[in-house]
Write a protein that binds this ligand. Structure first.
Ligand code: COI
Length: 356
């Protein structure tokens, strides 16, 4: 189906105020955004317009009952081109989240047209390859003004973008969380709904007050198997294989997780998706078979955990060495995303240069 997107351009770009050397993460927003509204039947009025505030009723359903889902993606600057990485898979996951949260699916053809136009229009906002990437935030929230617990009829879908540097600047200190839970079997842990992140803030704040960067969630029933961190999936590199928790309804199916598994296997590593107990990690550390721990996410990319704490036990791992699997896989993934690798070419989508 052809989609005509209304275009209302900014009068004067803010790009000249941006310092790509000190960009941080999530603080600077590009000139334009995309919005579309669901009226109970159809997505209508798809528009690209200047980045700016929404006007919302105080009774907006998403604010009270939490029907709100999102995605995280990036655009990468290649030598002569701009690329997106597996964008359809992000939309698939958004629509999986939406189904669980009783929200309408967003059509893939409209998503791709809107995304490519928006990134094309704001391509100057993509930092130089050595300075960062353009983070892309598609999301949807319920807009009925209504008090009462029932699915909204109306929704807004939006995409805005921000030039970003690293989410984490250095290897992490992580605490195994065994009191609080992020999700439960039958719950919404596999979705990227906003509430999953809100619920994680209190335990994370406690961990941060104890000197940690993040928590590593454990299974909600026994608190003995690791699941994911507050912002990413989790991997352990053992002497003869790499393991990551198997997917279930309590953890998010990360695209960087999936891409890392596929690239690692392509490179000849044995990767197991299975249960990993806290006990196994500490035992492997004690007998010298645990080599690295790392996390994977779109925002965080791939980064090592240098310290993992569980009660009074600590794993300290050396992260600076040339054999570091995390660095090897990170640079392979970067090459795929920026067009330097011939492998996994179908993961890259070129952003055509159309808008003048
Ligand atoms: C992402 O990795 O894109 C996320 O949405 C995680 C969030 C902590 C920024």
């Amino acid at each position: 189906m052809p989609h005509n997107i209304n275009l209302n351009r900014i009068n004067k770009s803010r790009i000249f105020d941006v310092d790509f050397d000190n960009i941080g993460f999530g603080k600077v927003f590009s000139d334009h955004m995309f919005i579309a509204d669901f009226d109970g039947q159809h997505w209508s009025n798809p528009s690209i317009l200047p980045y700016g505030n929404f006007s919302l009723s105080p009774a907006t359903s998403a604010l009270h009952y939490g029907q709100s889902i999102f995605e995280g993606m990036k655009a990468f600057r290649g030598e002569n081109e701009v690329f997106l990485f597996r964008p359809s898979d992000n939309l698939k996951r958004l629509n999986i989240s939406g189904e669980r949260m009783v929200m309408p699916a967003f059509p893939e053809d409209l998503f791709m047209v809107a995304l490519l136009q928006l990134i094309d229009l704001d391509r100057a906002w993509i930092p130089p390859a050595d300075k960062g990437t353009l983070y892309i935030r598609p999301y949807m929230f319920a807009t009925d003004d209504f008090i009462g617990v029932k699915p909204s009829e109306k929704y807004r879908f939006a995409i805005f973008t921000c030039p970003v540097g690293p989410y984490y600047a250095k290897p992490l200190k992580v605490k195994v969380e065994e009191h609080f839970s992020r999700s439960a079997p039958g719950g919404v842990g596999f979705t990227k709904c906003s509430g999953n992140y809100a619920g994680a803030m209190y335990p994370t704040k406690i961990a941060q007050s104890e000197g940690f960067d993040q928590v590593l969630w454990t299974d909600p029933l026994t608190h003995t198997y690791v699941e994911e961190t507050g912002t990413t999936n989790f991997f352990a590199v053992f002497h003869d294989h790499i393991a990551t928790p198997a997917l279930s309804d309590t953890l998010l199916s990360g695209l960087t997780r999936d891409s890392s598994i596929q690239v690692l296997r392509h490179l000849g590593y044995r990767v197991e998706e299975r249960k990993i107990s806290v006990h196994e990690l500490f035992e492997a550390n004690n007998n010298g078979t645990l080599k690295e721990l790392f996390i994977s996410g779109t925002a965080a990319t791939l980064i090592n955990i240098e310290t993992l704490a569980y009660r009074d036990q600590i794993i300290n791992l050396v992260t600076e060495n040339s054999q570091n699997v995390t660095q090897i896989i990170k640079s392979k993934l970067d090459d795929i995303r920026t067009g330097k690798s011939e492998n996994f070419q179908n993961w890259r989508v070129t952003v055509p240069s159309v808008i003048q």
